[in-house]
Design a protein around this ligand. Structure first.
Ligand SMILES: CC(C)(COP(=O)(O)OP(=O)(O)OC[C@H]1O[C@@H](n2cnc3c(N)ncnc32)[C@H](O)[C@@H]1OP(=O)(O)O)[C@@H](O)C(=O)NCCC(=O)NCCS
Length: 110
């Protein structure tokens, strides 16, 4: 079974942000959130949150995993705000020796 790559774009006359998800066909396999970015001049205006909301709406009933550099406080804050929690680390994963933080999101089934 193939994986779907889903790209969601925030567009305000020009592209100001995007999120890329790798969505395995098998429902039990986790979705990978591969990238999210907002144009520097447009940051901190809620676009990242809108992109995450749109991404999570596509992931009903699924688990999402992502990797983020330890020092990337803005991204970690965004992810935590959506209920992502740290589940593990990859020590020295990035060039320069920085750790990768692995975070997971699961829809609340309550
Ligand atoms: C991470 C990123 C996508 C956030 O996008 P954004 O549009 O600025 O985010 P929003 O304005 O929607 O902010 C949502 C929340 O994220 C957190 N956040 C975003 N930027 C932050 C910062 N500079 N410092 C602390 N928290 C921050 C806050 O909790 C914020 O909520 P608040 O504004 O109510 O406090 C953006 O900073 C970016 O493109 N960074 C470079 C690419 C990157 O590092 N991507 C992630 C790794 S692949």
């Amino acid at each position: 079974m193939g994986n779907d790559r889903v790209v969601l774009v925030a567009n305000e006359g020009e592209v100001v942000g995007y999120v890329v998800l790798l969505v395995p066909a098998a429902l039990e396999d986790p979705v990978d959130l591969l990238r999210i970015a907002v144009a520097p001049a447009e940051r901190r205006t809620g676009i990242g949150r809108q992109l995450m909301s749109a991404a999570l709406q596509r992931c009903t009933g699924r688990t999402i995993l992502l990797e983020v550099a330890e020092s990337n406080e803005s991204a970690k804050a965004l992810y935590r705000g959506f209920g992502f929690t740290e589940i593990s680390r990859r020590r020295g994963y990035y060039a320069g020796g920085e750790d990768a933080v692995i975070m997971r999101w699961q829809e609340d089934h309550d």
